[in-house]
Design a protein around this ligand. Structure first.
Ligand SMILES: C[S@@+](CC[C@H](N)C(=O)[O-])C[C@H]1O[C@@H](n2cnc3c(N)ncnc32)[C@H](O)[C@@H]1O
Length: 262
């Protein structure tokens, strides 16, 4: 069957069908564009493409089908043990770059690194710092390590439940911890442990803030939060009365990042 005929008959949008063909058969978009009218699939190729189309149609994100996600212009290996990095998390990057400014040798710690997309993107653009990243999931940390190697970054990975096994004194802590409730996460394909906080949605964030406050040290904190979790500002005010506390909105106008600065 011709690729163009297959695309016409597909029950999935044209651009997605074409993307799945290209990625399944490892054809570059440029080559596909030139050859698509004459490209003929053998039965086995047809079956492979159709299988991925069916997975996509049944709701599996394209990132999990092809084990790849893009974040901040970089490509990361992912699988179902880690969250697909979301573009709104780039707000943490922007805020962290501002805080870093021209400083060097800062200790920057990410809690709950997942695929490592966030800390690796930071380390690539601001290499003269010391990077540390944790996750409670060993499987997630394996993926993050693999991505760090691929992107040639130097990051110390630590298996830890929040700050429990961390024994460095960081200057900056960043995190995109789980902050959804079960019903908000129901239709998402990412691992539940990456999405849903035990207890109530802001439980893990509050626990982390509490642990940081006990370090008795001036630390910049930049955390992703849910759009309706502005109450965390008050919680922070109690823990860090002398700090400046702000909430940044994402490009869609939703509350997204909580920052505690000195
Ligand atoms: C929302 S995902 C964020 C992943 C990645 N930082 C990103 O933004 O794409 C949350 C991550 O936190 C990890 N996590 C959940 N509970 C944790 C805990 N108690 N301590 C450390 N990490 C935890 C999960 O395994 C998951 O990788």
């Amino acid at each position: 069957m011709k690729a163009s005929e297959f695309t016409k008959q597909s029950t999935v949008e044209k651009n997605k069908t074409e993307e799945i063909i290209q990625r399944t058969l490892k054809i570059s978009p440029e080559r596909f564009f030139i050859e698509k009218e004459n490209l003929i699939f053998s039965n086995s190729k047809l079956r492979r493409v159709q299988k991925n189309i069916d997975r996509y149609k049944s709701g599996e994100p394209i990132e999990y089908i092809f084990f790849q996600a893009s974040f901040n212009g970089n490509i990361f290996f992912i699988n179902k043990n880690v969250l697909i990095p979301r573009p709104e998390t780039e707000l943490i990057l922007q805020k962290t770059f501002k805080i870093i400014g021209k400083k060097k040798n800062l200790k920057i710690l990410e809690i709950g690194t997942g695929s490592g997309a966030l800390i690796i993107s930071l380390a690539k653009r601001a290499p003269y710092q010391n990077y540390f990243a944790t996750d409670i999931s060993k499987k997630a940390l394996k993926i993050a390590q693999k991505n760090s190697l691929r992107h040639n970054t130097k990051i110390n990975f630590i298996v830890s439940n929040l700050l429990e096994s961390v024994n460095i004194l960081p200057d900056i802590i960043i995190a995109n911890l789980p902050y959804l409730n079960k019903s908000e996460a129901r239709n998402l394909a990412d691992p539940k442990r990456a999405l849903v906080s035990p207890g109530y949605p802001t439980y893990l964030i509050e626990k982390l803030l509490m642990q940081i406050s006990k370090m008795n040290r001036s630390i910049y904190i930049i955390l992703e939060i849910g759009y309706n979790q502005q109450n965390l500002k008050k919680y922070c005010k109690k823990l860090f009365p002398k700090s400046q506390i702000s909430i940044m909105k994402d490009p869609s106008g939703y509350n997204r990042v909580l920052a505690v600065t000195n």
